[in-house]
Ligand binder design. Structure first.
Ligand code: NAD
Ligand code: UDX
Length: 467
């Protein structure tokens, strides 16, 4: 089987970049990315590449090479499914907000809708590839839906593969072009070979791993759980460092030299954000309980509990340092995205920290190089204030178009995202704009401590017992 036409359902953070790289590396394959969201598709088709709906370093160049050649973005979902011999499902799978499993289980309504769309519109033999992160055994449900549509004697047939995506936002293009591994779970050799052949255009064969369907689905949840667990582990030690006088960066370096532990993913910070870690661990927790493993569920749930605690802890210590009250005080927040080099704010630590401070009556001035004002409003569920009333006791926020504008008149600066722009600031100039006594709370440990202290500012750094 040779794949000539791919349809990817879902033009989001995964579908867009993944398909752009496949199209770039496989010029003979026609790739169409479809979505129900017209505005998103229009943005993917915008001739101005700065308007792509996803900000990822290097994405614009890849799209520029492939778009219009063998890469299309469209809302014609059924048409594209009908002409494809391989359909990727790359739609959102957020945590359920109500009903059975609310707060933990994944909401599979969009995945099921895709399966039904494929069942209706597909022609000939269609390989359906799960690209979304899914609970173990979802492939069984997809298969059942597809099989129900396979009428007696019809020429239509289906096979289902699991091919989870391991890219991280901010480094998506590098991760896709040089993946640590590609994982394909499935039962039918011909379909597995066909998908492996696509990746084989640029990925070494020994990096293309084959497993059964359930192992592939579970490997994705497990990878994210292990990665998130490292962050909660180092953040727990960061708190202990602050209490004991040790420095978490020295501890991380010391343990990271152990080749069994390794140096990566040991940066203490304001806790993990992003659309994946919390959602996927909670899904794992839900599944473990479902399969009668409450101790295993509790173990993984504690990773999320520690993460939430870390975010509340940072908000609380800001209030405590500022003489126990931030009511009416202006606080500059530098960074709203959940990590640097992305415009994504899903589950960003800045949201929980900002909400806690708003609850305390703070006047926040928020700067981020890539996150737009409307997104911050949605995340905080609060429109920006037109004028600040410092005595009202009610928290409010305003967007800042520059770092200086954010810092002007502030009592404290909170660095919540590790953007390059925040690493080498001129603290003596910024200090002159602030109200004294003034603080810097560096939740990412990216500022230069000597420069901050030389400017007469008080400094708190995550995991730093010395300051
Ligand atoms: P996203 O919300 O950015 O994009 C999903 C898109 O699917 C949306 O544009 C939505 O309109 C579209 N959609 C939903 N139902 C549809 C339907 N029936 N027909 C057509 N379009 C439909 O989500 P994302 O971040 O790209 O994540 C997609 C999946 O990939 C999730 O399961 C996620 O867990 C997984 N994942 C995400 C990342 C990441 O870094 N964001 C990394 C690895 C895996
Ligand atoms: C993650 C996984 O890394 C990726 O493999 C999966 O496909 C999707 O989920 P992503 O959430 O995009 O990717 O970014 P990641 O780099 O993993 O960062 C997640 C969060 O952890 C961010 O908030 C980041 O700031 C935080 N983090 C990461 C730390 O606090 N410390 C670290 O050492 C690393």
């Amino acid at each position: 089987m040779k794949v000539q036409r791919i349809c990817c359902i879902g033009a989001g953070y995964v579908g867009g970049p993944t398909m752009a790289v496949i199209a770039d590396r496989c010029p003979a394959i026609q790739v169409t990315v479809v979505d129900l969201n017209q505005a998103r598709i229009d943005a993917w088709n915008d001739s101005d590449l700065t308007k792509l709906p996803v900000y990822e370093p290097g994405l614009d160049a890849v799209v520029a090479r492939a778009r219009g050649r063998n890469l299309q973005f469209s809302t014609a979902v059924e048409e594209s499914i009908a002409s494809a011999d391989m359909v990727f499902i790359s739609v959102n799978t957020p945590t359920k907000t109500k009903g059975l499993g609310a707060g933990q289980a994944s909401d599979l309504r969009w995945v099921e809708a895709c399966a039904r769309q494929v069942a209706t519109a597909a022609t000939g033999h269609t390989v359906v590839v799960e690209k979304s992160t899914l609970p173990v055994r979802t492939a069984a449900a997809i298969k059942t839906i597809l099989e129900a549509a396979q009428e007696e004697g019809s020429s239509r047939s289906f096979s289902v593969l699991s091919n989870p995506e391991f890219l991280a936002e901010g480094t998506a293009i590098g991760d896709l072009e040089a993946p640590d591994r590609v994982l394909i779970g499935g039962e039918e050799t011909a379909s597995i070979d066909a998908l492996a052949e696509i990746y084989g255009h640029w990925v070494a064969p020994e990096k293309i791993l084959r497993t059964n369907l359930w192992s592939s689905e579970l490997s994705k949840l497990t990878a994210n759980a292990f990665l998130a667990q490292r962050i909660s582990s180092i953040n727990s030690i960061a708190a202990f460092c602050e209490a004991s006088g040790a420095d978490v960066r020295e501890v991380a370096r010391a343990i990271g030299f152990d080749s069994r532990i390794g140096p990566k993913f040991l940066n203490a910070g304001p806790g993990f954000g992003g659309s994946c870690f919390q959602k996927d661990i909670l899904n794992l927790v839900y599944l473990c309980r479902h399969f009668g493993l409450p101790e295993v569920a509790d173990y993984w749930e504690s990773v999320v509990t520690l993460n939430t605690w870390q975010q509340h802890r940072i908000a609380r210590l800001v209030v405590q340092q500022l003489f126990g009250t931030v009511t009416g005080k202006r606080l500059a927040i530098l960074g709203f995205a959940f990590k640097a080099d992305t415009n994504d704010t899903r589950e960003a630590p800045a949201i929980r920290i900002a909400r806690d401070l708003l609850e305390e009556g703070a006047q926040l001035s928020i700067h981020d190089p890539k996150v737009v004002e409307a997104q911050i409003s949605r995340d905080l569920q609060l429109e920006p204030a037109s004028e600040t009333d410092t005595l009202s006791g009610t928290g409010s926020w305003t967007p800042a178009t520059s770092i200086e504008a954010a810092v002007r008149g502030a009592d404290a600066v909170l660095v919540l995202t590790e953007w390059q722009d925040y690493r080498h600031l001129n603290w003596s100039d910024l200090a002159a704009l602030m109200r004294r006594p003034a603080w810097v709370f560096d939740a990412r440990a990216v500022v230069e401590p000597a420069a901050v202290q030389a400017a007469g500012l008080r400094l708190w750094r995550v995991g730093d017992g010395e300051s």
